[in-house]
Design a protein. Sequence first.
Length: 247
Amino acid sequence: MLRPAIKSAAALIALLAIGCLAVAETSAALINLTPTPGSSNSVNSVTLSSLVGTSDGIVVGDKIFTGFSYSRTGDMPQASSVNVLGFRDPDGNWGVTFHGSFIDLPGGDNSDAFIRFMVAVDQASQSAGWRISDAHLFLSGAGVGDDSVLLVDESFLGRNETLHTFIAKAGSAQQAQLHDQVQFDPMSNQLVVTKDIFARAANGGFLPARATVIDQSFSQTQIPEPATATMFGVSALALGAVVRRRK
């Protein structure tokens, strides 16, 4: 007499498990923002606020970007006013673009913002031996008045490599470095990226210190799997033995 009840309970548990799985998959949505061939940026974008504090992320080519967080002071934009797009750099490397009004207005305190996220090589590429070998940072739409500065510093959690871009004026003499790159040793499957954006406009000036586009890309190198490397090593030894015999 208990068997129908047991079967009903088992069916209910199975349905609940399926429902939980569906909710988990929905809560970890990945949005594909891969640019179309010949384009530097994706057609669509998402707001940074839609990614912050969630397990959602974006896919750009063979790179997956998740774990976004954001903080701001002064005149820097709200997360809802920053758009995130997929990016392809001139060498074909995949990455992300942050588009917003990163700014400090004349007078008052300095302004600062930080963006943190994790980038990983997708599972298929990881299995094929691909690892992140380089990072590239580009600063665009940047300008400052006299005695003002805007800079973007980037670091990687647990690593010593850093990136640095800036535009600055001492008096009316301008200096700028709008692109930087770094190589990773050792290479990695994934990185936690921290991007700090600092701006200071002169108190007595009329122009803000600003940038509107921050591009980020990552290049990669294929590392032979241990079995493949061993096979190459054995082949090389065998070839060497044959050559020695012929001598």
